[in-house]
Design a binder for this molecule. Structure first.
Ligand code: PGA
Length: 262
């Protein structure tokens, strides 16, 4: 069976000790199902990564970083280089999260350079895309997603596809003010994204890239979302930051995932 791909970005919320506690609890709670049925990842703040690495036993949880520089070393004040992440033993890097794009003004071209750097250094690369409320209202959500993906993947050789994961996170769905996408809307956009990936990477390769849904995923809507063909996993924010609630959410969605993948 294909593993359920599910994870969380803890954004700028947890200190080192809070992250360690979260990871310890999450491992205990998900231990019986971890290795065979789910592929779990956690993306905490930079300051926590060294301790988080030593806190994770074996391959139970993939550890991710919230950003990466497009440079190798040198004059990039405040940025984090692939060498630094490599030294810690990071598994994955998230690029282009909506808050990086909209609050910190990262554009598609920066995202592209970061994607290239992350792939080159062997990290699993979680590329986030999603339209804003205005883009949705103007009827250009599909065009926005296509543009974001095509620019982000410029010069990416299809041979790197096995390192690639896409998270579809509509900006209007994210955070406390967010309204989660309906399962039908999410599915439609996932299928569009898959079409773009097929066009860009070739069908045989494009089809292998998982597309996760994120944006106000919670214990009420997670089962419906994961039941939809085309939704290959979930990227959870607030509803995952309590280890017990996150593990309960995982337990809830797993049977639906298994049913779809029998
Ligand atoms: P949320 O965050 O689940 O709290 O909306 C999702 C995200 O930003 O990835």
């Amino acid at each position: 069976m294909k593993k359920l791909l599910i994870g969380t970005n803890t954004k700028m919320t947890k200190t080192i000790s809070e992250t360690k506690q979260f990871l310890t609890e999450l491992q205990e709670l998900t231990n019986p199902i971890n290795e065979t049925e789910i592929s779990l990842f956690v993306i905490p703040s930079f300051t926590t990564l060294v301790e988080a690495r030593s806190c994770i036993t074996g391959k139970s949880i993939a550890l991710g970083a919230q950003n990466i520089s497009w440079g190798e070393t040198g004059q990039f004040t405040g940025e984090i280089s692939p060498r630094m992440l490599d030294e810690i033993g990071i598994d994955m890097v998230m690029i282009g999260h909506s808050e990086r794009r909209h609050v910190l003004k990262e554009d598609d071209f920066m995202v592209n350079l970061k994607v290239l750097n992350s792939l080159k250094h062997g990290f699993i690369t979680l590329l986030c895309v999603g339209e804003t409320k205005i883009q949705k209202e103007y009827g250009i959500a599909d065009e926005t997603l296509r543009t974001q993906i095509l620019i982000a993947l410029k010069d990416v050789d299809p041979s790197f596809a096995k390192q690639l994961i896409i998270a579809y996170e509509p900006v209007w769905a994210i955070g406390e003010e967010g309204i989660p996408a309906t399962k039908e809307y999410a599915q439609e956009k996932h299928l569009r994204i898959k079409q773009v990936l097929n066009d860009r990477l070739g069908k045989a390769v494009g089809e292998t890239v998982p597309v996760l849904y994120g944006g106000s995923v919670n214990s009420e809507n997670a089962e419906d979302l994961i039941s939809m063909d085309g939704i290959d996993g979930l990227f959870v924010g607030r509803s995952a930051w309590d280890a017990l609630k996150f593990s309960q959410l995982i337990q809830k969605v797993l049977p639906h995932w298994k049913k779809r993948n029998q």
